[in-house]
Design a protein around this ligand. Structure first.
Ligand SMILES: Cc1ncc(COP(=O)(O)O)c(C=O)c1O
Length: 360
């Protein structure tokens, strides 16, 4: 008997409605029948764990999250293997990151067991929504917690709501494997030392929207952020970590600190060896990127994240320059790493690191 009381929805989608929704899910538009919730108060701790019908929240207009953005979230996926079984990828890492984001936002931590039970039980109940094996579709899970206390004033809230919702998804980028162009933003930054860059909190994304519009106006797919002090060091993209492959087989990614500790980033670094690449984490300057793309010693670039998978970067565009990576085509190592990671996630390659956890 689990911690979450399960009350199945009596208005779940019919098989035909679900099939229609799954035929072209896009990203983040279609939701399953259920949600998991729990509530935290200082006296009772986490309580009222439930999985029930997906429904809107009722919030008082003064709910602290609406004013002071005390909120954190996660993103992970459930994958269907060829034998019909359903698996999560490294959910323990999402649990740890949610706890660390929560600490930064003065929110209560949710322990790993509760986190994993919340996502596992939700996926189990909504397993018919996990897309079929064979494409690049999956069930995206969005655990989040927010200050639901009705209160105007700046202090950590004393009523917090935790929730998990689930959304069947296809790829994140229309460009897909053909590669994306990134806008190198010099007038917007995402994070500063001591700030919230390493936390997955909504405010980081709200502050990036203006830069994202700017990127779109320049014909780019996403923003590449630079550091907030010197505007010279590569950080990450809007929802992805950044990698470079060099002619001497280094796989370079910016060091952690003010960026999100991406689970795809960590996985790619651990797979590097088996692709004859040396993983390197160090600061990377815009000057180095421009010089090495120009002289050909950077041969590939890609971005990595749960939603975006591994996406080739074919161009970096700035105010006064355009930097093409190699011949502007997705690189070989990029595509091989992408295939390898997807093969592990979908059960087609050996899971040597023990990353998969079976749900059903
Ligand atoms: C800002 C940011 N960087 C990087 C990532 C990649 O992290 P992960 O690989 O854990 O999905 C994400 C989320 O997907 C993100 O929002």
């Amino acid at each position: 008997m689990g911690m979450f009381a399960v009350e199945p929805s009596n208005s779940a989608a019919s098989d035909a409605e679900r099939a229609a929704a799954l035929s072209d899910p896009g990203f983040g538009r279609v939701f399953t029948d259920h949600m998991a919730t729990a509530v935290w108060t200082p006296d009772a701790g986490w309580h009222d764990h439930r999985i029930g019908a997906l429904r809107p929240f009722t919030l008082h207009p003064s709910a602290a999250v609406l004013h002071y953005a005390q909120e954190v979230f996660e993103g992970l996926k459930a994958y269907r293997h060829a034998d019909g079984s359903v698996w999560l990828f490294r959910p323990d890492r999402n649990a740890a990151r949610l706890a660390s984001s929560a600490r930064r936002l003065a929110l209560p931590e949710l322990d790993e067991v509760t986190f994993i039970e919340s996502v596992t039980e939700l996926v189990r109940l909504d397993q018919a929504w996990v897309p079929a094996h064979g494409g690049e579709q999956s069930l995206y899970l969005r655990p989040f917690m927010f200050a639901s206390e009705a209160f105007l004033g700046v202090r950590p809230a004393v009523e917090i709501t935790y929730c998990v919702i689930a959304s069947p998804v296809a790829g994140f980028f229309h460009g897909g494997v053909s590669g994306v162009r990134l806008w190198v933003s010099t007038d917007h930054t995402r994070a500063a030392p001591g700030g919230t860059g390493a936390a997955k909190c909504g405010g980081n994304y709200a502050s990036g929207l203006a830069a994202q519009l700017q990127a779109q106006r320049r014909g780019c797919d996403q923003v590449m952020y630079l550091d907030g002090v010197e505007h010279e060091w590569l950080e990450e993209s809007g929802a992805m970590n950044m990698f470079l492959v060099t002619a001497d087989r280094e796989l370079i990614t910016p060091s952690l600190g003010t960026i999100l500790d991406g689970i795809t980033r960590d996985s790619v670094l651990r797979l590097a060896d088996s692709h004859g690449l040396t993983p390197v984490q160090r600061p990377v300057s815009l000057t180095e990127l421009r010089r090495r793309c120009a002289d050909g010693s950077v041969t590939e670039a890609f971005a990595a994240g749960t939603a975006a998978l591994i996406t080739p970067i074919v161009e970096f565009a700035g105010d006064t320059y355009d930097v093409r990576v190699a011949d502007g085509e997705p690189g070989k190592a990029t595509l091989a790493l992408r295939e390898h990671l997807l093969d592990i996630q979908y059960g087609r390659a050996e899971d040597r690191h023990g990353w998969l956890r079976r749900v059903e």
